[in-house]
Design a protein around this ligand. Structure first.
Ligand code: SF4
Ligand code: SF4
Length: 390
């Protein structure tokens, strides 16, 4: 029996689909140059994808055909040599269509396997977000923002080839840098991309993450209903009388919190979340009306609290709010929980104000979304400069 290699790429549905496909395809092509057969595929359960939903691509390679066939007899790999997360906020966990509950980003890693993350954060921040594992694994960070390379109008920032260069350093038995560079020239005909891969290869130095390090929380999960617990046909119960006038969660008069999917949470769907300045809110209702995911709980005093179990991080509320700096999108890496901002504000307004300022100020600008036309085009040269320093 020969050796089987498995690599998964976890990405944000739609936005990073082409990027993930380019990476998994090039892995197979580079391995093929060294006589190893392989296959690259997307996870069936992740289709149809939605914007931002964590989704997966796999690259499976073997030293011979029989080993590959044996490996492919499984629906999808149970363990992988390398996990690649092309958005660092995915380190908080992955909840896709194909999974019930929250899956740790490092869940499939073999003992001693490597987690590659694209991030501007340092290793401490990445480890703090990632759930603990029972055995040590390696962490390698590729400095950069979550790339949109390959998404319609967005430009190439070399994230794909920089990751390929890293893999050739981390798992040289899979393929060499030489094979990566030959594949790049065949696929992209670009010597600059080939140089980016070489620089990334040279500067890759993973660190070991011990079982005592990382997020100690038990990931959120739920049990699927048994056949005898399911309702007859598809029946959606109507809202019981009285719910329109009292808060269904607290049963207090005034305020309103819509019923939500009790099992599919969206903790892992977003890269950003809104923070709200309740002191400047004019109660215009626009965020509540426009939020595509009905996230806003109406509070008893008529304020709007973005519920973090429901928010997918689209940024619409920030865009529609008419009050300057009342709603601000902040990168998800800044937060450690999903608790109610309104409850924190109600408890201690001064502490909340300081918290709010800290969250917004920590990134210098008001938003991590694109604030003006051409912003991405400005970011790409910056990314290429980082690639040059790899
Ligand atoms: S970012 Fe705002 S508009 Fe978008 S889902 Fe979250 S709360 Fe709703
Ligand atoms: S859009 Fe802004 S001002 Fe209007 S209710 Fe929402 S947070 Fe308040």
């Amino acid at each position: 029996m020969g050796r089987l290699f498995a690599i998964e790429i976890i990405y944000r549905g739609i936005y990073q689909k082409t990027l993930a496909k380019n990476i998994s395809r090039a892995i197979v092509l580079a391995a093929h140059r060294e006589g190893k057969p392989g296959i690259s595929f997307g996870r069936y359960g992740d289709s149809p994808e939605r914007n931002g939903i964590p989704a997966k691509n796999f690259a499976i390679v073997a030293t011979d055909d029989v080993t590959l066939e044996e490996g492919m007899a499984k629906y999808e790999p149970k363990e992988v040599d390398i996990t690649i997360a092309v958005d660092d906020t995915l380190c908080k966990g992955v909840e896709s269509w194909a999974w019930y509950g929250l899956q740790p980003v490092n869940r499939l890693l073999k003992p001693g396997g490597t987690l590659i993350v694209t991030s501007r954060e340092n290793s401490d921040a990445i480890i703090a977000m990632s759930h603990r594992k029972e055995y040590p694994y390696q962490l390698a960070i590729l400095k950069g923002i979550p790339s949109f390379s390959g998404l319609w109008v967005y430009k190439d920032d070399h994230t794909d080839v920089r990751i390929l260069g890293m893999i050739s350093k981390i798992l040289p038995e899979l393929f060499s840098l030489k094979s990566v560079q030959a594949t790049i020239m065949d696929e992209w005909h670009d010597p600059v991309k080939s140089t980016s891969a070489a620089k990334s290869h040279e500067h890759t130095s993973p660190i070991t993450v011990q079982p005592s390090q990382g997020n100690p929380e038990v990931p959120y999960k739920f049990d699927l209903p048994k056949w005898h617990e399911m309702g007859e046909g598809i029946a959606i119960p109507s809202i019981p009388a009285g719910h329109a006038v009292e808060d269904p969660a607290t049963h207090a008069a005034g305020g309103y919190r819509p019923d939500r999917n009790p099992t599919f949470k969206k903790f892992s769907t977003r890269t950003m979340r809104p923070v709200v300045n309740f002191d400047t809110c004019i109660k215009c209702t626009l965020c509540w009306l426009q939020c595509p995911d009905s996230c806003f709980d109406v509070t008893q005093e008529g304020l709007y609290d973005a519920n973090m179990q429901a928010c997918c991080g689209c940024g619409v509320c920030e865009a529609v709010c008419p009050v300057k700096e009342c709603v601000t999108m902040v990168n998800e890496t800044e937060f450690k929980d999903n608790s109610s901002q309104w409850e924190a504000w109600r408890k201690d307004k001064q502490t909340y104000e300081a918290w709010l300022k800290d969250k917004i100020k920590s990134h210098g600008e008001r938003s991590h979304g694109f604030r003006y036309k051409g912003q991405y085009e400005e970011q790409v040269p910056e990314m290429l400069e980082i690639a040059g320093k790899d």
